[in-house]
Design a protein around this ligand. Structure first.
Ligand code: SF4
Length: 597
């Protein structure tokens, strides 16, 4: 018999970014919110004081989801056996209060306007014959213009660094000339540039490209955010991705949304609580969340609104596992839409330059202390006759190169690519050691690109492997298609051109995309499976993340993305959360239980 708690207004799965934003905004409206977090409570200070322990955070992944409790299986296609991930790994979900937004790299891109009406845009420009074979891409239910005020508000609320490129349609020197029109400038100037970034930018400029500084939720200067507390500018310590920031320069829910929610007295986080199921009544309406408490007993938290706000794949799996008479195939799956359009953003290192005798101090900085070029992103270039759609940004992947953390586990894609370009040693041994002696003389060029959606790529429940409670793991069926292979070949050639212009003593290229494999880091940017749309026939939720067939269940995060553009998803995740909450406050709270228009 589950231990039943008093009913609250909102219960959230996890206490990550979207749960924290929701808690802050809805407690301010007088609602009571409880978050059930599978990990522990960690604050920026003192938990991350003197945090430069590479074995603890990078090698052993202290802030990462515990694979021994719940993993994922993967197969490249339906005919292959699916096997579980037993060590990290292609992606890095979080496992603590704040979620992955504690150990993230804080790179914050707005997607291009044409990323949102993807299908309409590409059909109009290229016609139906240009669409990739077997694709399942569709327009988003929100546009860039819908999200713009919320992007702007989030940037002001939390602080963001960058160089504005398009202010109300006016192109500004030094910024990204391809970005959608912004209503405001970045609150802070861009982060300092690295030597490698500057070398890249000078070469790109000579080739006629327009390099600019990456935008970031890392503060370049001191900033007083929505809490009213001043936060420090970045120290460029190098211990950023996989680590918590010890000086609050990197945005996390702990620095902003969570303290404000706690201040209301209406918010509670229960840590070490593992959500197992969304309960429903006989009409299919959610009644709350069942979870395994830290006492090892089953609990039930009743709530009027259930927020499915974990990592992409956790959200999809929870909906699939929540079967009942009202939802025999899982919540949101009445029309078989749950699990489709699984995407995983491309991150590859197609060209690596060796600059004999030079040092770039790549142990310093963070992921955003670099430049990028956007000429080859999305549909910023003419795809006629190229045989593929989509594109990628190009940037030097040369910061936070930690001496122990990055050498541990050669499978880490960044490490392998940085030091071992095509044909170089990938195993321990003398050849690898010789290469590593020059580890600070390499600059790899990375591409981060579109992951389009295909009918073949999806999530479902694995029939063979289970979690520590005996429940099916989520199975990923995913592989690249010819579209991604051609995209990579095109971008690899552009990377080689830029690398040549940078003047390396040696250039190693990888023209072909590496086979997809969840054993190597790819990015943590997995999207889809619970996509939002304007029609229940081709989506799981409406434009506010409200499940069509269970209107008091709201899904958040990148699970809603119909397909993934070539940039980090978090800015869109947070702006979309702001938009959904704005509508929830104006409409849903007045007419609870009804679908919002
Ligand atoms: S690099 Fe900057 S933002 Fe990242 S952890 Fe260090 S001080 Fe914080």
């Amino acid at each position: 018999m589950a231990i039943e708690h008093p009913e609250v207004d909102v219960v959230t799965m996890g206490a990550g970014f979207t749960a924290a934003i929701t808690a802050q905004q809805l407690t301010a409206e007088g609602l009571d919110v409880v978050s059930l977090e599978k990990g522990g409570a960690k604050w920026t200070w003192p938990d991350f004081a003197h945090n430069h322990d590479e074995l603890r955070f990078t090698a052993r992944g202290e802030l990462l989801h515990e694979l021994e409790k719940e993993s994922w299986t993967w197969r490249p296609d339906e005919g292959a056996p699916a096997l579980p991930m037993r060590q990290y790994g292609a992606f890095h979900p979080g496992n603590n209060m704040g979620g992955a937004a504690t150990h993230w790299s804080a790179v914050m891109w707005r997607f291009l306007p044409s990323d949102y009406d993807w299908l309409t845009h590409h059909l109009e420009r290229y016609g139906p014959s240009a669409l990739p074979e077997g694709h399942s891409n569709q327009d988003w239910p929100v546009s860039y213009d819908d999200l713009e005020p919320f992007f702007a508000q989030f940037e002001i609320d939390t602080g963001m660094s960058g160089q504005t490129g398009n202010l109300n349609g006016q192109i500004l020197e030094g910024g990204n000339p391809f970005e959608g029109p912004r209503s405001t400038t970045y609150p802070l100037p861009p982060l300092a540039a690295t030597r490698a970034g500057s070398r890249f930018a000078e070469a790109a400029e000579r080739l006629g490209l327009k390099p600019f500084r990456q935008p970031s939720s890392i503060l370049s200067q001191g900033y007083t955010d929505m809490t009213g507390n001043p936060r420090s500018g970045c120290l460029y310590c190098g211990y950023c991705t996989r680590y918590g920031c010890e000086v609050d320069a990197k945005l996390s829910p702990q620095t902003t949304f969570l303290p404000l929610a706690f201040d209301t007295g209406r918010y509670e986080i229960r840590t070490h609580c593992y959500v197992t199921r969304i309960e429903v009544d006989n009409t299919g309406r959610a009644t709350g969340l069942t979870y395994l408490g830290r006492d090892g007993r089953e609990h039930f938290q009743p709530a009027r609104i259930v927020l499915v706000s974990g990592y992409t794949m956790s959200n999809v799996r929870l909906l699939m596992l929540s079967r009942s008479a009202a939802h025999p195939d899982g919540i949101g799956n009445a029309r078989g839409q749950l699990g489709r359009n699984a995407t995983h953003q491309i991150l590859q290192l197609p060209s690596v330059g060796m600059f004999e005798g030079e040092r770039f101090n790549t142990y310093m900085g963070n992921t955003a202390t670099t430049h990028a070029v956007y000429e080859y992103v999305g549909d910023n270039f003419d795809h006629a006759g190229l045989g593929f759609l989509g594109g990628a940004q190009i940037f030097p992947y040369a910061g936070e190169r930690l001496p122990i953390g990055n050498m541990e586990g050669i499978p880490h894609a960044a490490t392998a690519g940085e030091t071992n370009a095509a044909g170089d040693p990938r195993e321990w041994g003398q050849a690898f050691k010789d290469r590593m002696r020059n580890w600070d003389s390499f600059i790899p060029l990375a591409i981060q690109g579109d992951s389009l959606a295909y009918h073949r790529n999806r999530f479902d429940l694995d029939p063979n492997f289970t979690d520590f409670l005996g429940r099916p793991l989520l199975r990923i069926t995913f592989d690249w298609t010819d579209n991604e292979r051609r995209l990579h070949a095109f971008l690899a050639a552009r990377c080689a051109e830029i690398m040549d212009e940078m003047g390396p003593t040696e250039r190693n290229d990888q023209p072909e995309i590496e086979d997809y494999n969840i054993a190597r880091y790819q990015t943590t940017h997995i999207q889809g499976g619970c996509i939002a749309g304007n029609d229940p026939a081709d989506s799981v939720t409406n434009r506010y993340g409200q499940v069509w067939d269970a209107p008091n269940v709201f899904v958040t995060g990148a699970a809603l993305f119909p397909q993934n553009p070539g940039a980090n998803p978090t800015a869109t995740v947070t702006a979309w959360m702001y938009l959904a909450l704005d509508q929830m406050k104006r409409e849903y709270l007045r007419r609870p239980g009804e679908l919002m228009a």
